[in-house]
Design a protein around this ligand. Structure first.
Ligand SMILES: *Cc1c(COP(=O)(O)O)cnc(C)c1O
Length: 458
């Protein structure tokens, strides 16, 4: 960092300690802010200097000095298919999240499918799911032959609105698939109470929630099973990979058997050698994937802590900017994973500047951002699934009528979040330092101050 850059950073830091939000919402421009304005006055999208020119921390991380030895050892051994290293990774993951058992599988999507199938969810069943989620949550339900039933989102937390779950329960409801989306925990106490009352299975989609906690208990350990993803972009990246965790040994034995063609394992099919009894598939990961996972796992605790510290600080720095409402954590959350840092954008406070233009302007200032998910509850893949041979045979015609399905699955709060309000910053941004968080706040503020001009010129 050169001297000028260094003093600029110091200046930004001091300025943010004064509280940019306060300065701006009161409408008075302090001399400190005016000085910043000199340097960053013209929005970058209109040709000015960006607030931030440095790049954000790279993802995934890889340290040849500490990470490669184990991987090379595996590669040179020629033992590449599932063996001791995969078992070591599974034991480590189980211990890390505080579950009795973990099973590594090819990806998060198949972790969910396997868990649902081995909990006896299938054709003719309904599975209640968050509407604000990644396509994989819903694809996994459909793959089992079950019907996804969407519950609206609490826009403050971005999580499933647990108060709206019970009204969706029917005689066909078999399971709830809450998603800890963005790495922020869903209301598991309420969800587990509903499940208990109605005798439903709970599979947690914790594919974005590594090490997130409610009352210091890790996500993935509240339900009958918890599922994780280790895909390249995730906070524990292997490239591809996933895991199921549970305390239920008999269930985990069946999952193991299922992930290995249904071959005998533990208690699942009785005596080894009795033949393959479970209808299985193959979901095994390789030894070198596990070696990569073990390397990544060494960093996860510290990185999670850094993301929490930076997210909390960034939230405090932007919460008073009019038109910006950062995420709220559910009650009793002691830690989040922050796969993403979400806030809601209100264009009315930005002179009517549409979210799309806000995102462009913020990106131009050097801040990575996106609008996030689209509503899944009205996408064409559902209609396609309902027209499939399996669905046609498993459900009465009236359940497959697409327009009445759409009617039953409306999620207006989720629509508003997806179409108008949500803004995400990616997790790698939260691995930078405190002055970098100040730059984000400054960039948002800069866009707000220039919103009218930006809106008329782009
Ligand atoms: C990534 C993800 C999945 C699926 O994981 P893959 O490993 O990509 O199959 C499922 N649910 C959520 C919420 C995810 O983010």
């Amino acid at each position: 960092m050169n001297k000028k850059e260094n003093s600029r950073r110091k200046f930004i830091k001091q300025n943010s300690l004064l509280g940019i939000g306060t300065i701006v919402s009161s409408g008075s421009i302090s001399s400190a802010f005016a000085a910043i304005k000199n340097e960053t006055g013209v929005p970058a999208i209109l040709g000015g200097k960006p607030v931030r020119t440095e790049s954000w921390p790279k993802w995934p991380r890889w340290n040849p000095a500490t990470d490669e030895e184990r991987v090379l050892e595996v590669l040179r051994s020629g033992v590449w298919s599932r063996n001791k290293v995969v078992t070591e990774f599974e034991n480590k993951w189980a211990e890390t999240v505080g579950a009795k058992r973990a099973l590594a599988v090819v990806n998060g999507t198949n972790a969910i499918i396997a868990a649902l199938v081995q909990l006896n969810v299938g054709g003719g069943d309904e599975v209640i799911v968050s509407s604000y989620t990644f396509i994989a949550s819903v694809a996994a339900i459909l793959a089992t032959g079950a019907m996804p039933v969407f519950v609206d989102t609490n826009p403050e937390t971005f999580q499933i609105d647990a108060s709206k779950i019970e009204e969706k329960i029917t005689s066909r409801t078999r399971a709830i698939l809450p998603v800890h989306i963005l790495g922020l925990p869903a209301e598991m106490y309420k969800i587990m109470a509903i499940a208990k009352k109605h005798n439903l299975i709970v599979v947690e989609d914790a594919c974005q929630a590594w090490l997130a906690e409610i009352d210091h208990k890790k996500m993935g350990t509240f339900g009958d099973a918890g599922c994780f993803s280790f895909q390249n972009s995730k906070n524990l990246p292997i490239g591809e990979g996933g895991a199921i965790v549970s305390d239920n040994e008999e269930f985990m034995d069946r999952c193991y058997s299922y992930h290995n063609y249904g071959n005998p394992y533990g208690s699942s099919v009785g005596v080894v050698g009795a033949g393959t009894i479970i209808a299985g598939t193959k979901l095994r990961i390789t030894e070198y994937q596990a070696a990569i996972g073990l390397a990544q796992l060494k960093r996860l605790e510290e990185e999670t802590e850094t993301r929490n510290i930076n997210a909390t600080y960034l939230k405090s720095q932007i919460k008073d900017i009019r038109g910006i409402t950062p995420y709220k954590l559910n009650e009793n959350v002691t830690r989040a994973a922050f796969h993403l840092f979400p806030f809601r954008y209100n264009k009315d406070e930005f002179g009517g500047l549409p979210r799309e233009k806000f995102l462009k302007a913020l990106s131009a200032e050097g801040v990575s951002c996106s609008k996030g998910y689209s509503p899944l509850n009205k996408m064409p893949f559902l209609e396609n699934a309902f027209q499939s041979k399996n669905f046609q045979k498993m459900y009465p015609k009236k359940m497959l009528d697409y327009s009445s399905y759409l009617e039953r699955n409306q999620c207006p709060a989720n629509d508003k979040l997806c179409y108008e309000e949500a803004v995400w910053l990616p997790q790698n941004v939260l691995l930078a330092g405190k002055p970098d968080m100040d730059e984000i706040a400054l960039a948002i503020e800069k866009v707000r101050k220039n919103a009218n001009e930006i809106n008329s010129k782009i």
